[in-house]
Each structure stands twice: as C-alpha cells, then as structure tokens.
Design a protein around this ligand. Structure first.
Ligand code: 5RP
Length: 256
C-alpha cells in the first residue's frame, strides 16, 4: 500500500469511532470511505456491532453487501444518525466539493437525512478557496447543452470562468464542450450516473468565493439535478497525515 492509500485507510478507519451499535449510518462513496465501509463490516463480524447502513451509490451498496453490512432504503428509516463520506475539497468553513466519484446526488440526499456528517480525507483535499478541483454538476440529459449554457452564465455571474467538460467514462478522459455539440444521446463514452444523468465538470479554478450563493443560483437552472457544493452540512473532518489522524470539528457544528 503506498502512502496516499495508507492515509486514506487511516482516515477511513479512524472515523468509525463515531459509530456505535443501534445507529443508522449513511455510507458515502469513494476510495477513502471504502476503508470505513470495510472497517464497519469487520466490526460487525468480529465485535458484534449492530448497525443499519444506507449506501450513497450502487458501488457502495455492492461493497457494503460484500462486507456484511445490513442495508435499508432511506425511506424505511426515520432519518440517520450520521453519514460518513469522502470529499474532493474542503475549505476552512467546512464547505465541500464532492462528486469526483459521480455520486453527488445520492450523497446529498443521504447527508440531508443525517443528524451529522463526518468527512474522511487527507491533506490533499484541504484548500483555502474551493474550485481547483473541477466542480461536478449532475444534470439531466434532456436539453443538456442548453443547461450547460445556463450554467456557464451563472458561473460567470459569480466570477467563476473556465471550461466546462462533460464527464466521460474514466478510461476515455474528459470531453471539452467547446462547441456544446457533444453527442450525449449517442452515449458511447459518456459517464452516466446511478440516476441516469450526466455530469459536467466545471473547471473554475480556485475562484468560488461564495459557495452558498453559487449553489443556490446553479440549483435554479431547471436541468440541474444537483450541484457538488456541500454547504453547511459537514460537522467534522477526519484528516489523515503521516503524523496521524487529526479531527477537525466545525465550531458551531452538530458534533462540536
Ligand atoms: C463521490 C465523492 C467522493 O467522496 C469524493 O470524490 C472523494 O473520493 P476519494 O475518497 O476517492 O478521493 O464525492 O461522488
């Protein structure tokens, strides 16, 4: 296991301390929180931990089943105690960019149902200003090029320029929407989310000064299913470094 992987593992496992028997737990998506899911499975098998998990993607559902975590639909439960998830970026205000793995819509639905949100990350995710990681926006395929135009306008009104690329299947790389004629309908190499939508990656650079206003404005575009800005949701970050895992708690957060 290389250093980056070891840090993900350390953060993913450390965050499991917030989980105890009887809890309903949202299970995030990505390579860091995968270690959380595996560790929760180990505790169920070896320590008798009793939890119910709600996965945020088909990939996480599959992993959770493999490691023996009992699962339920969100609608069967009256809210969750906690969700543990990864992030692509976080800023000093605990605002996040998520969606690098394409699961942002389900991740946000699950996070909104949780009494607290814990993020697992390493130092590469910590930024002063959001946006160096391209902001993922999940949009419905219908009239997607018009939605893309609207998003471009909203971004520029908020001082965020840059290219917008349609996410393709990882092995094919990004398609830059210069002519906005990319043949989504023909499918082929386009990345399709668990919800049958597509994702735009907005290469704004680190220019997102007001994530709350930007999220609100983007959600105002009818074709936008969800925006990868997670504002005022994250309560604590398990941040792994070679010196160990630090717990950053949001001062006015639900775990403070
Ligand atoms: C998936 C996500 C992931 O949590 C995010 O991309 C971080 O993933 P990783 O831990 O693999 O870096 O938002 O939609």
């Amino acid at each position: 296991m290389d250093t980056a992987e070891a840090l993900k593992r350390a953060a993913g496992i450390a965050a499991c301390e917030v989980v105890s028997s009887g809890m309903k737990v949202g299970l995030g998506t990505g390579s860091t929180v995968a270690f959380t899911v595996i560790e929760l499975g180990r505790r169920i098998a070896e320590e008798g931990l009793e939890i119910i998990g709600v996965p945020t993607s088909i990939a996480t559902e599959k992993l959770a089943q493999e490691v023996g975590i009992p699962l339920a639909e969100l609608g069967e439960l009256a809210g969750l105690d906690v969700v543990i998830d990864g992030a692509d970026e976080f800023n000093p205000e605990f605002q996040l960019i998520k969606g690098g793995g394409g699961a942002l819509l389900r991740e946000k639905i699950v996070a909104q149902s949780a009494a607290a949100m814990v993020v697992v990350a390493d130092g590469s995710k910590e930024v002063k200003k959001l946006g160096a990681f391209p902001l993922p926006i999940e949009i419905i395929p219908f009239s997607w090029s018009e939605t893309t135009r609207q998003i471009k306008t909203v971004l520029s009104e908020h001082g965020c320029g840059g290219e917008i690329s349609l996410r393709r299947r990882p092995e094919l790389g990004d398609a830059v929407l210069d002519g906005i004629d990319f043949p989504v309908a023909k499918g082929g190499g386009v990345f399709v989310t668990d919800n049958g939508n597509v994702i735009l990656d907005c290469h704004t650079g680190a220019t997102i000064s007001d994530p709350v206003a930007l999220e609100r404005a983007l959600l105002n575009c009818a074709g936008v299913a969800q925006v990868g800005l997670f504002n005022n949701m994250c309560d604590a970050i398990y941040l792994a470094a070679e010196s160990g895992v630090r717990i950053l708690k949001k001062p006015d957060g639900r775990l403070a």
